[in-house]
Design a protein around this ligand. Structure first.
Ligand code: SF4
Length: 768
């Protein structure tokens, strides 16, 4: 066994202080000496750390970081070092299952696929292909998402396709589109190497992207350390490191950001030349934020005026700035509006498109970027605009289908609406791949009712039995990372190749092969009668994807499997102009907002109403960034006499999503084996609750029982990690989403997991 550190107890490892060029540190954990190493990258968070998979006797025996890679310079965090053990878990699915007489029974691939195809064809005949919906993941590869997107959009012609990325990064995409005209992070991780200041908004980066946090800690311990401002209602690991920690009340991100913008504008710390040459909307922003004095922010958000001023002093005075945003914004009230205010901070200060200046509208899941790029979520492939006829015509030419085959009369259906349609009975077949909505969606009692409907045929494609397979009519066993080849892109636009290292167990198949099999059995054809999908393997799918991206912001046309295998990952756009990739977008101050090029014409922050194309064209920004202001709107549910506390939910450092994989890595399981409810000492005293006591938490939707953990949270707020479901502990209600509500952001359609009104009481220990 080789282990460079115990990453469970030493999460971030030893410091390598620096400024300018992040030193290499290779982290490794193997349980036996590998016979060979296979190039890959970690799929346990959006950081996308490059690693090699160690293989011995046909099994994965460990991983080591890739020193040559620009993302992690060899480092890995606890999830990356441990979660590969899930591949070897004895409870992997090894053959398809079909529900017969209420029980899932073993079936052959032919039986399972024939049944899916038969149901698909019956539903199309009796209803239309619009009665078929797909709900996918942030875990698959580009090749799989793109193939799925072509099946849905040009094969079936259904608008109902989204990913669980709707739950975690839809707001990142929406905020980037609203400000810059298209998705795509303007900067890079290496901006952290030289920046003077860092702002994290609703982002506990120390737990969520542990390797990126190592980079920040190393800067903070080196010469000329960057100042750090953190906005988070909880005192997280990240907040504990901050120079200034602002802890606003739940749902007040917009007032806090408006207060900061107001102070910075008032102090004249803005780049007037940049604003005049490259932006639209500054005067309206100035007028809106002028209403948000520090004292008004303090009264509403609970952030002391003096602290807000200190934070503004740092953010307004720094000559370079990296900001990151995550679920504390994306899953809360006014998600897109608040995320856009972070963009505005960079725009008005001219801190964009140059070294040391980056905005990371962060992704939660490792391949979330790719669902968005490929159109396997509520977007069109290649960041095309559903409302732009020429963009859809490009896809029709590429796929050689009639343009009317591609649904584009409205935006693609978002996940919350897909489940609503299933609830209403208009979606009859829901195909769920690599995700677990029976734990991860809000308001689980409702989700279980939907998935359990007699008139809904549910296909689940996964590596394990999950809480969602309980509702499946067909279960398809999937190969996972390490057992198939493909590519994926991290939040910093860096594309990595992940090669097949071992065979999948039993009859499990790569998701790509499952989708290709379905396409062939459905006999999807182009308008000349040729097979719609003309690729048979991952590299063929990647080449097709490259063609789809040519000339678009996410241009992959200069990449190849061979090039991605040479050393480091490569940042898109990578094409003839940028053969080695691109660290910064918008270096010339020209954004993707031109009417003919943009991915969206924009939406109203309060209602979500789309800006009509004619209106957008009448005021064509022609490459200027859009500065969009927002005023405060209160959350949809507020504490009251019956439910007097706020609930917020979130993640832990040791687990990913619903623990389907991390819960099967023994050390990660043991490090965080169960859910809990975190509450302040004041609330604990008020309710007579001690550390470890059992607490019932109840909302208007449901109830859970959790052990208490006291401290590091504001009075009036309780926190429950959302990872925990029932596959390993079925005996007590413990999934945080039993309590959350069915509400979503009007622009990004991302559900609100960060606030719900609850009440608590001490209860007896549950019986085991
Ligand atoms: S930071 Fe993310 S991508 Fe990197 S090793 Fe950890 S979980 Fe994997």
């Amino acid at each position: 066994m080789q282990e460079t550190r115990d990453s469970i107890s030493d999460i971030w490892g030893e410091r390598t202080p620096y400024v300018g060029d992040w030193p290499v540190r290779v982290d490794e954990r193997t349980l036996a000496a590998p016979e060979r190493w296979v190039q890959s990258a970690c799929v346990l968070c959006s950081n996308g750390c490059a690693l090699d998979i160690g293989v011995r006797d046909g099994r994965i025996v460990g991983v080591r970081g890739r020193a040559v890679d620009i993302v992690n310079r060899g480092r890995l965090g606890p999830k990356g070092l441990h979660s590969w053990e899930a591949n070897n878990s004895p409870d992997r699915l090894t053959h398809p299952l079909i529900r017969r007489n209420g029980r899932l029974e073993r079936a052959s691939w032919d039986e399972a696929m024939d049944l899916i195809v038969r149901r698909s064809q019956e539903i199309i005949r009796e209803h239309s292909s619009g009665a078929i919906g797909f709900y996918t993941s942030g875990q698959l590869f580009i090749e799989e998402y793109y193939t799925l997107a072509v099946i849905g959009k040009a094969g079936l012609g259904t608008p109902h396709m989204d990913g669980n990325t709707r739950l975690c990064t839809a707001t990142a995409a929406a905020a980037l589109k609203e400000s810059f005209g298209s998705d795509g992070q303007p900067g890079s991780y290496d901006d952290l190497d030289t920046t003077e200041a860092i702002l994290h908004v609703g982002h506990n980066i120390a737990s969520q992207q542990t390797v990126l946090w190592m980079r920040i800690l190393d800067r903070r311990r080196g010469p000329n350390p960057p100042k750090l401002v953190v906005i988070d209602p909880r005192r997280t690991f990240t907040a504990a490191e901050a120079d200034i920690h602002l802890a606003p009340r739940v749902g007040t991100n917009v007032p806090v950001m408006n207060g900061l913008l107001h102070l910075i504008i008032e102090a004249g710390q803005i780049d007037r030349a940049f604003i005049e040459a490259h932006t639209i909307g500054f005067d309206n922003l100035r007028q809106v934020v002028s209403q948000w004095s520090p004292e008004r922010v303090e009264a509403l958000a609970g952030v002391p005026a003096a602290q807000l001023r200190e934070a503004a002093h740092i953010l307004g005075g720094a000559r370079s700035l990296v900001s990151s945003v995550l679920q504390g914004v994306y899953q809360s009230m006014q998600a897109t509006a608040a995320a856009v205010q972070v963009n505005n901070l960079h725009i008005i200060r001219g801190l964009i498109g140059k070294p040391g200046c980056g905005i990371l509208q962060m992704n939660g899941q490792p391949t979330a970027q790719n669902t968005r790029e490929c159109g396997a979520d509520g977007d069109m492939p290649g960041f095309r605009n559903w409302g732009n006829h020429e963009h859809i015509a490009q896809l029709a030419r590429l796929w050689n289908v009639d343009i009317d085959r591609i649904p584009h009369w409205s935006p693609p259906t978002h996940a919350m609406q897909i489940f609503r349609y299933a609830e209403q009975g208009s979606i009859k077949l829901l195909w769920i791949s690599a995700t677990n909505p029976a734990v991860s969606m809000p308001d689980l009692p409702r989700i279980r009712r939907i998935l359990g409907r007699d008139d809904l045929f549910v296909v689940v494609q996964d590596a394990f039995l999950t809480e969602t397979t309980e509702f499946a009519d067909v279960v398809l066993p999937a190969a996972i990372w390490g057992e198939k080849t493909g590519t994926f892109t991290n939040v910093s636009r860096t594309v990595h190749i992940s090669r097949k290292a071992v065979e999948p167990p039993g009859a499990a198949r790569a998701d790509l092969d499952i989708f290709l099999d379905y396409a062939q059995r459905m006999d999807f054809r182009d308008k000349d009668g040729a097979p719609l999908i003309q690729w048979q393997d991952a590299e063929g799918a990647f080449e097709a994807w490259k063609a789809c991206t040519r000339g678009r912001p996410c241009d992959y046309s200069g990449m190849s499997y061979a090039k991605l295998s040479e050393g480091s990952g490569i940042q898109w756009p990578c094409n003839e102009r940028y053969p080695d990739g691109t660290p910064h977008l918008y270096t010339d101050g020209v954004f993707n907002t031109a009417a003919d090029y943009c991915e969206t014409y924009g939406q109203d922050f309060d209602t979500g109403a789309s800006v009509p194309q004619e209106e957008y064209r009448a005021h064509d920004p022609q490459g200027r960034a859009l500065i969009k202001a927002a005023d405060y709107r209160p959350p949809h549910e507020l504490p009251d006499d019956d439910y007097p506390l706020w609930l917020t939910t979130g993640r832990l450092v040791y687990h990913f999503h619903t623990r389907t994989k991390t819960g099967r890595a023994p050390s990660l399981y043991e490090a965080a084996p169960d859910a809990y409810v975190q509450l302040s000492p004041e609330d604990a005293a008020r309710y007579g609750i001690g550390n470890g006591d059992w607490v019932e938490v109840e909302s208007r939707r449901g109830r859970v029982v959790e052990p208490a953990r006291i401290g590091d949270i504001e009075p009036g707020l309780v926190f429950i990690p959302f990872h925990y479901g029932y596959w390993d502990k079925p005996e007590r209600a413990r999934a945080a989403n039993e309590l959350t509500l069915t509400e979503w952001d009007p622009v990004s359609k991302q559900p609100h997991f960060k606030y719900a009104a609850v009440r608590i009481r001490k209860v007896e220990a549950p019986r085991r």
